[in-house]
Design a binder for this molecule. Structure first.
Ligand SMILES: Cc1cc2nc3c(=O)[nH]c(=O)nc-3n(C[C@H](O)[C@H](O)[C@H](O)COP(=O)(O)O)c2cc1C
Length: 277
């Protein structure tokens, strides 16, 4: 992309306040001799769009995007401190779900917003693999069992924590791995893509955001740590089911409409230690 396409300035609106250049993390943007901002080093630009976001006069276009098309932050209703605290205090892992699919439109809405999760150096290499229906989940479980069984038949010793629940899942007795959830979001990152520095952190952050967003729509979620554990025992698992590389950084979140309701928060005796300095 040419520099003028990356950074576009409407000189009739710009008041030369310098906020954009000051907020430019790597100094790609400078204040020129005439007081207008100028993109002097596009190679340093990490495309965070802070320049367009901070401009009080909507004078900056970034990468062909117009400031008028951004969400206007001013006057936007946001959860207050109390709502945010209540939200965190009463969040719960949901392990029982209603036997119904989540509407596709709702999942699409959540995933669109989820794309706003931060990524290290703004690398934005996240991928959302969404098993959005009970049918898709059943198919996933079927393939999961197949891979685990094949592993067992190959006389590979599986730890008990994996072998026993895998048999229970195969026999339809219980679903420790996926908690009977009608949906699962797998967030992954391409750690080989240019500029990706924090792929593991990026996926976990997006999963946390997914938990919050989902709950605001009445959905329940549960971190699917079991899938990670099984993947570390059987690295070909997601290679076979989803075409991931064995090393693909990922995390998974189960989701669906909860079949349980938690009436109160829990009381934690073991809250994080605070080390004041
Ligand atoms: C990284 C991570 C992985 C987890 N994996 C699982 C899992 O595989 N299955 C499960 O039922 N719960 C899983 N959990 C949920 C925890 O067990 C749960 O957060 C904890 O018991 C506290 O309950 P709460 O989330 O309702 O406060 C996981 C949580 C985290 C943060």
């Amino acid at each position: 992309m040419k520099t003028e396409e990356l950074f576009g300035l409407d000189r009739t609106r710009c008041v030369k306040c310098g906020l954009c250049a000051k907020d430019c993390l790597f100094g790609a943007l400078k204040t020129g001799g005439d007081g207008f901002p100028v993109m002097t080093d596009p190679g340093k630009c990490m495309r965070c769009q802070h320049c367009m976001a901070i401009c009080p006069k909507a004078a900056i276009r970034f990468g062909g995007k117009r400031p008028e098309d951004s969400v206007a932050a001013e006057g936007l209703p946001l959860p207050g401190a109390e709502e945010a605290e209540n939200f965190l205090r009463t969040r719960r892992s949901v392990r029982k779900y209603q036997d119904r699919d989540v509407e596709r439109g709702l999942i699409e809405r959540i995933l669109k917003v989820l794309g706003n999760s931060p990524t290290g150096c703004n690398a934005r290499s996240l991928k959302f693999t969404c098993l959005s229906t009970r049918k898709a989940m059943d198919e996933f479980r079927r393939k999961f069992i197949q891979v685990v069984e094949r592993h067992r038949e190959g006389n590979k010793l599986l730890p008990r924590w994996l072998a026993v629940p895998a048999i229970q899942l195969r026999d339809g007795k219980s679903d420790i791995f996926f908690r009977g959830a009608p949906g699962m979001l797998i967030v992954s990152s391409d750690e080989t893509a240019p500029g990706v520095t924090t792929p593991h952190e990026d996926v976990v952050i997006a999963c946390s955001m997914f938990e919050l967003l989902s709950r605001s729509h009445g959905l329940g979620t549960c971190w699917c740590g079991f899938l990670k554990l099984v993947q570390s025992e059987i690295p070909e698992l997601l290679v076979e089911i989803l075409g991931f590389r064995p090393s693909t950084p990922f995390y998974a979140m189960l989701f669906g409409y909860p079949a349980v309701e938690y009436r109160r928060g829990v009381q934690r005796d073991d809250e994080a230690e605070i080390d004041w300095r």
